[in-house]
Design a binder for this molecule. Sequence first.
Ligand SMILES: C[S@@+](CC[C@H](N)C(=O)[O-])C[C@H]1O[C@@H](n2cnc3c(N)ncnc32)[C@H](O)[C@@H]1O
Length: 228
Amino acid sequence: MPDHTTIYEKEALTYHELISKQADLTGRIQELRSCCGLDIVDLGAGTGRFTTALAAKAKSIIALDESEAMLRITADKLERAGLTNWRTQAADHRRLPLEDQSVDLIVSGWSICYLGSTNVSNWQQNIHQVMSEIRRVLRPDGTAIIFETLGTGYETPTAPDFLQPYYAMLEKEYGFSRQWIRTDYTFDHLQQAERLTRFFFGDALAEKVIEHNLIRLPECAGIWHLQL
Ligand SMILES: C[S@@+](CC[C@H](N)C(=O)[O-])C[C@H]1O[C@@H](n2cnc3c(N)ncnc32)[C@H](O)[C@@H]1O
């Protein structure tokens, strides 16, 4: 499996090329909380798929991520759009550089999982810290919406074993409700499907892409939603 930390530091543009093959997901966020006029924070914003789509509607938006290389792409897109209601800042999810009760909506896509995997020795403590930070910075009527994987290469939800305890914690301990959606990648041709799949998901899935001619690579995602 490729090293994702290195990808986020050194190959942010290729990551962005990969996710540009997925459908726009901001409608899913808007169904849960209308973003107009809100102060929004994107946790683990990466190259800004949520931040850049929500910025025009938001009162303000802050993109946080531990990777400055990823945030540079987000900032570049927001600058080119001529928007001024945003900032980016390098930060870890466990220590948010934000005032208490200063945020209406927190969104986070495929990011908190890096702290919540059972492959990380202190994953439970990590999730307690992240959830405590989310509760601290949200206003009393605030909303948190977290997207995480339910399996790449699968047509129906198939949560990786190492993330299931984190997902159970969100629901049982922190009161999130869950729904799921398809987040398939629609590539332009097989060679591109293989290259981008190998880049991020590794050799085994890339071989499956070739074997089954998966120009459309299926993927499922969970959306965890908390309304205070
Ligand atoms: C799979 S990318 C998702 C990016 C973006 N949310 C999206 O939907 O495309 C994961 C992002 O989480 C960031 N990240 C991982 N662990 C983090 C942590 N502990 N604190 C802050 N950001 C983190 C990575 O730098 C990376 O940009």
